[in-house]
Design a protein around this ligand. Sequence first.
Ligand code: TGC
Ligand code: FAD
Length: 390
Amino acid sequence: MDAFQHPDYYQLDDLLSEEHKMIREATREWVKRSVSPVIEDYAQRAAFPEHLVKEMGEIGLFGPYIPTEYGGAGLDQISYGLMMQEAERGDSGIRSTCSVQSSLVMFPIFAYGSEEQKRKFLPKLASGEFLGSFGLTEPNHGSNPSGMTTSYKDMGDHYLLNGAKMWISNSPYCHVAVVWAKNEEGRIHGIIVERGMEGFTTPETHNKWSLRASSTGELVFDNVKVPKENLLPGRSGLGAPLSCLDSARFGIAWGAIGAAMDCYDTALRYSKERIQFGRPIAGFQLQQKKLAEMITEITKAQLLTWRLGHLKNEGKATSAQISMAKRNNVEIALNIAREARQMLGGMGITGDFSIMRHMMNLESVVTYEGTHDIHLLITGLDITGENAFT
Ligand code: TGC
Ligand code: FAD
């Protein structure tokens, strides 16, 4: 049974509106009802719980901040963050599916798509009828997407797309993919590729020890004829995909707190029940040190994201501020998962508890959407003005 109780050491609930709390509770209830009972089994089998996609659409996890006229819920950024927190409290793979759909597929279509594209794709993506994927990373271009070689040619009445994307969340199940590719002048544009287009395949990536309940694969384009109306007309250049990453990284900053809270809550409860040397292990100073440091880091991360949420609502959050929150919160979540796992002793390595699954998932979260070190370099550039990437 999922007995999760969320830690709120600094009474941060007082800073949330009633609507925020309702949205958080609704998402938490759904996770307890639909995710927690099945997720360990899916992760152990490395299977994607596809049946949850429609449910995610129904409870508004896809594009919560997209306006209602396009099928979204028209909510603010803190609501989005709280939903991602609760989703990742269940499993990072569940949050990944929501991040990709909301911030990497719906956001670019909403922000840079034509009116026809918005009306054609957004309502179906919001409801979960369509699942989307986002193709930026390539086999030889991960941290440096500007070097991408996927490209398209103007053939008069259509574009011809060639290349391959790697490490793409949702790819084996996606109905549509927002793909970033260069035109003949070397300028990056977003193109919507639809399943069924000849030459478009999505082979699955196997043997992952992390995000096992999320499906990852490639996007392969072999002379794919893409109709001209599928090009996103609103923005070109690397800044277009990077702006989508800002939105997804913001959601991850919140999501990582969910994973951290779940590990802390599990370890705290276990430590009060587990008796060694005639007393609960919660009474030993070394175990208290771990728990005290966990709740301190969770509280700091909660404050960081709350402030970031307000800045984002006001349109003032910078990319570098989002990078700092993503980097910090994923790091503390990973450290908390490692410490919490030790607190459970041998039981910590089993699937009877969620901690090991969170720990392995977070190894992907600390790598995707910009690695831990890339985010450090983004902060370094922001504060010094010196570019240390190249
Ligand atoms: P650089 O020269 O710095 O920038 C190129 C242009 O982009 C602008 N820009 C941004 N715009 C919006 N948002 C941002 N965050 C931006 N950062 C930069 C910049 O102003 C410039 O504009 P312009 O008009 O002057 O051309 O680019 P660079 O080639 O030096 O690279 C910078 C770097 C390394 C920070 C960037 O490329 C980067 O972030 N690399 C990490 C790659 C990454 O995060 N990939 C993620 C792939 S998607 C994914 O992982 C999904 S996981 C999904 C899940 O399951 O949750
Ligand atoms: P590399 O870029 O090769 O980096 C290797 C190491 O070198 C890292 O430690 C990195 O920090 C370091 N490094 C690189 N450059 C520098 C530098 N200038 N200075 C110092 N150190 C440096 N991508 C998508 O487009 N869409 C998706 O949906 C998606 N989903 C993913 C799902 C999973 C499970 C995973 C694991 C990845 C996913 N990715 C996705 C790809 C992800 O964004 C990349 O893995 C990530 O950006 C890093 O790229 P890379 O793996 O090629 O590592």
